[in-house]
Design a protein around this ligand. Sequence first.
Ligand code: SF4
Length: 82
Amino acid sequence: MTDWRSRSTCKDVDPDLFFPDAGPLPRSVARICQRCPVLITCTFDALRRNDLGYQAGLSKAERDRIRRWDRAQRARMERSAS
Ligand code: SF4
């Protein structure tokens, strides 16, 4: 287990909680992530990977939306720099 994962609040939680049917973030998962000491690291990891389920308190759809926004911002910055 990666070191930061060993400090997470979800390390001893049933992983199935993070893979519910599509829909809004379950409150139980939100509460687990909100009090997690490695939330920031987990967020960067989740955005770097393309996994399914909830991670860092975000659904896959929310993470995809952040990635699209990030790509658009980078493209805009590259256009304005050239
Ligand atoms: S932020 Fe949530 S998913 Fe990420 S390690 Fe912490 S508890 Fe687990």
